[in-house]
Design a binder for this molecule. Structure first.
Ligand code: GDP
Length: 361
């Protein structure tokens, strides 16, 4: 398989925004605000009016670990919530090199020609685990990033997938409030990142290559099952025949899975991201899916279910971090780990002991 070029914009550490697109009004506002940090109220009002610079700033607050920033971010999210939810959320996954960023560049540009506003986010927990990113460093989707109606934000860093996922979910809300009606979330199959992305989108697209076995493509069990569509990319040149054959095989393979609860039958398409082929067909399929799931109300049910999951996962995250950051727990946990190593305590007794301290203090 071709080694992926580091092409994706999604792991840059800075938010991407295009100064050329800022109106004079917002430039002067920003000049003024450089001296004085904008308040959460000012930022949320600017976001709701469609200001991408304000959006970038607010996302930086979401991503910060400073408690003061978190508090501000929470206020902004609260203010933006009534303006959120009016979008189609798409998840895109596939192994490195399959063509995700090339596809998103082409697909995103196509959508903007149809009058859509497209935000591209990423969930890439690899960057925090290995300090290197699978989605790519320091480069960008060169065309899309310049597009006035697009917004590209790299993966937030975080010490856990849960942390990265929470920040991405909050970012979705702000992007929607800012007027982005199509949210694309890209991920690679690291840890449980597909599951995390699947739990925050309406439609999940799996990119594949023809002629490579699942083992070669690093596709884990369960991902085929999550997909609402499979797109065989690089269907161009000598590869067209193989792509058509792969389409038949994947269609057959998908029939082996139990039917989806929402009654949708996943489809297989071929595309060439680099030649802009199959892009329109992909969008038409997504529109069909949205119409299907809105007509049987599974669209809203899924979102309601995802909201519940977000609430529970946020509680889990908060509990975990409050436990491990508790000063007494930090100190005693170290002791208990030493005792455990010397067989002086069982793991269960140690956990019980620490938990009692935690709830008493
Ligand atoms: P990602 O790692 O999944 O984001 O993959 P990239 O978008 O960076 O693409 C990896 C490589 O495949 C790059 O060299 C692309 O130019 C190439 N590529 C992407 N899409 C296509 C396609 O449709 N056809 C062909 N022939 N090459 C492609």
């Amino acid at each position: 398989m071709t080694k992926p070029k580091k092409k994706s914009a999604l792991s840059e550490k800075e938010g991407v925004s295009n100064p050329e697109n800022i109106s004079d009004n917002s430039i002067s506002k920003l000049k003024h605000k450089r001296k004085k940090q904008p308040t959460p109220e000012e930022l949320s009002a600017a976001i709701i009016s469609g200001d991408k610079v304000a959006l970038s700033r607010a996302i930086t607050l979401i991503e910060s670990t400073n408690p003061d920033h978190t508090q501000k971010a929470n206020k902004i999210i609260e203010a933006c919530l009534p303006y959120a939810n009016n979008s189609v959320r798409l998840g895109i996954t596939g192994v490195p090199g399959v063509g995700k960023s090339t596809f998103i560049e082409s697909f995103g540009s196509y959508l903007t020609t149809k009058g859509k506003k497209v935000a591209v986010l990423a969930v890439d927990p690899s960057s925090s685990i290995s300090k290197g990113s699978i989605l790519g460093d320091k480069t960008r989707m060169e065309e899309l990033v310049k597009n006035e109606n697009a917004f590209i934000r790299p993966s937030p860093s975080g010490d856990s997938l849960g942390g990265v996922a929470r920040k991405t979910r909050e970012t979705i809300i702000l992007c929607e409030a800012c007027g982005f009606d199509t949210i694309i979330i890209e991920t690679v199959g690291v840890g449980q990142s597909e599951t995390a992305v699947h739990s925050m989108v309406d439609f999940f697209l799996l990119l594949k290559l023809a002629g490579a076995g699942d083992e070669l493509q690093g596709i884990k069990r369960g991902i085929m099952e999550m997909a609402d569509a499979i797109l065989i990319n690089k269907a161009d040149g000598d590869n067209i025949g193989r792509a058509k054959q792969a389409k038949i095989e994947f269609t057959r393979a998908l029939h082996l899975y139990p039917p989806k609860e929402n009654g949708w039958i996943p489809k297989v398409l071929t595309a060439s991201a680099i030649e802009n082929k199959g892009i329109e067909k992909t969008w038409q399929l997504i529109v069909k899916f949205i119409n299907h799931s809105q007509s049987n109300d599974s669209f809203n049910r899924k979102r309601a279910q995802q909201n519940k999951q977000w609430l529970l996962q946020t509680i889990n995250e908060r509990l975990k971090s409050s436990f491990y950051n508790h000063p007494t727990i930090k100190e005693r946990l170290k002791n208990q780990l030493d005792l455990l190593e010397n067989n002086k305590v069982s793991p269960f007794a140690a956990a019980e002991y620490l938990f009692k301290i935690y709830i008493q203090e």
